[in-house]
Design a protein around this ligand. Sequence first.
Ligand code: ATP
Ligand code: MG
Length: 262
Amino acid sequence: MTARLAVKGLAKHYGGVHALRGVDLSVDAGEVVGLVGDNGAGKSTLLKILSGAILPSDGQIFLDGEPMEFSTPSMAREAGIATVYQDLALAAQQDVVSNFFLGREILAKGFLGKRLGWLDKKAMAAHTKSELARLGTKIADIHLAAKDLSGGQRQALAIARAAAWTSRVLLLDEPTSALGVEQQHQVLELIKRVKHEGIAVIFISHQMQDVLSVCDRAVVLRLGQVAATLEPQDMNTENLVGYITGAKVSASSHPHLEVSAK
Ligand SMILES: Nc1ncnc2c1ncn2[C@@H]1O[C@H](COP(=O)(O)OP(=O)(O)OP(=O)(O)O)[C@@H](O)[C@H]1O
Ligand SMILES: [Mg+2]
């Protein structure tokens, strides 16, 4: 099976800082891959490259087997990749509906829409409501401003928005950070539903319980490299923490160790 999304030899350096040093990674349709690693390991950098926010220094990206180059976020979006960044990027003063459509507003039909750029507010509200419901997001009043939502509702809105506009890949950078138990649960359920719709998901998190609860596999980044890829049978807290901290070292990520062991 061709992976939905694959990267090969991805590298990024900022001057002398090597944020990524040749990363290989793949995600299938309907699969959630956890991307874990210590602060500064390169997780957000990898995600920003996949979403077209920054350019790689080297390496390739494949979407359903097709080589892709995303020089802008809109190119990645149009290819079916949606992203929830670490800082969420909601418009605080605008309501739920406006945030849901940010940059994709529905124009009113006919003259008003075409000539005056009037928005079809009714259609937008109905669409927002049905999409939030489809993804199980609990927001009672869609006319509240984003700043008046709870932290969990804001994260759920950012994810529901991304999920609603994606067709192929959803990238999530720490969507459950700093959430209460119930709110976290809501976001995790949302990720599971997106997965069941056949979308490939990359989920960055520092919360090992969350990774264990929604991810099919986990890729551990350490100092800009893949330290280990954990398959379901190896997915446990001890392995995750071990590879993240460097207490464990995978033979495959250091071929020279394998040779010297023989
Ligand atoms: N614009 C930039 N200029 C210079 N260095 C950068 C830039 N962006 C990221 N870096 C560096 O690249 C490395 C990886 O950063 P990145 O944000 O990808 O880490 P991360 O794994 O997401 O960490 P965290 O868990 O703290 O979010 C860090 O050393 C960081 O300082
Ligand atoms: Mg980060």
